[in-house]
Ligand binder design. Structure first.
Ligand SMILES: Nc1ncnc2c1ncn2[C@@H]1O[C@H](COP(=O)(O)OP(=O)(O)OP(=O)(O)O)[C@@H](O)[C@H]1O
Ligand SMILES: [Mg+2]
Length: 280
């Protein structure tokens, strides 16, 4: 019942992320240590374009460490990061952003005292004759929110402090879309949300992927994972225990991988709708 050195890849022999296509992001043997603590050990992960990849794992499994590495916050101690097949070295978040990687952290990094338009353009303000071009920014902000079918916001000139949790997530996602992100990483986006707001954020994630944007979703919530994920990757004690198409998992197997790093042999991996009656 322990993890093997090589992660299980289910869904057929090396059914890699998108059968033959170059992954948008590929991690090869990423290692990260903090003194005596090994947060990540030789982690491999492939994120295909335009799909939702769920990254799950118990507390302390290494999820945040992994996304901080991909976001350029922390250099890995070993291993390679490949973007569209090419090795890249990220020396800071700006490098990741320049590639098209946007990370939405749990605290969202929005400024409460600024309105929606100001938040969406923070650091990338449009200027006209050296003055802020408010009209152009408003039109772009409104257009992006409409494109994403975000309809519950009353005014784009509302301070972000006055928005609900789901609306704040929507603004953060719209900001990522406006920055032409190709990969949006979301750390527990629904953790603090109610049912309706969670639905709204999950819809937004589906819309992002239908527009060709890849999403790497960190979540503890298996309802969310099974609702939106095309692929599931499970970290266990800093190692990639398994990763494969979501259809090859059921809740029970994901929970087993999360808690033990292994699951029943995938001789006949469960397919399609969850066949495990007790796993509601
Ligand atoms: N800055 C740090 N300094 C020292 N150790 C750290 C640091 N950040 C993370 N770790 C350690 O690395 C391991 C992985 O932590 P990480 O935060 O990546 O887990 P996680 O999967 O995001 O957990 P959670 O679900 O609780 O957010 C843990 O053992 C943690 O104690
Ligand atoms: Mg974390």
């Amino acid at each position: 019942m322990s993890t093997s050195d090589t992660p299980a890849v289910i869904g057929g022999a090396h059914a890699s992320a998108a059968e033959g296509a170059t992954p948008l992001l590929a991690l090869r043997a990423i290692t990260k240590t903090f003194g005596p603590v090994r947060a990540l050990t030789a982690v491999d992960l492939e994120v295909p374009p335009g799909q939702v990849t769920a990254l799950v794992g118990d507390n302390g499994a290494g999820k945040s460490s992994l996304i901080k590495t991909v976001s350029g916050l922390w250099p890995p101690d070993g291993g390679d990061i490949l973007w569209q097949g090419e090795p890249v070295h990220l020396h800071g978040p700006k490098d990741a952003e320049a590639l098209g990687i946007t990370t939405i952290y749990q605290d969202l990094a929005l400024c409460d005292n600024l309105d929606i338009v100001q938040n969406m353009f923070l650091g990338h303000e449009k200027l006209r004759r050296r003055l802020l071009d408010e009209a152009t920014m408003e039109i772009a902000a409104r257009g992006t929110l409409e494109d994403l079918s975000v309809t519950t916001v009353r005014s784009i000139r509302q301070p972000v402090a006055s928005l609900s949790g789901g609306q704040r997530q929507s603004v953060a996602v719209a900001k990522a879309v406006m920055s032409q992100a190709q990969l949006v990483i979301m750390d527990e986006p629904t953790a603090a949300l109610g049912v309706a707001q969670t639905t709204m954020v999950l819809e937004l994630i589906k819309r992002l992927s239908s527009r060709g944007v890849a999403v790497l979703l960190i979540s503890h919530n298996l309802n969310d994972v099974f609702e939106v994920a095309d692929r599931i990757a499970v970290l266990y004690l800093g190692q990639m225990a398994v990763n494969g198409p979501a259809a090859d998992f059921d809740r029970q197997s994901v929970v087993e991988y999360m808690t033990t790093g292994a699951a029943e042999p995938a001789g006949a991996p469960p397919r399609g709708p969850n066949p495990v009656p007790s796993a509601s």
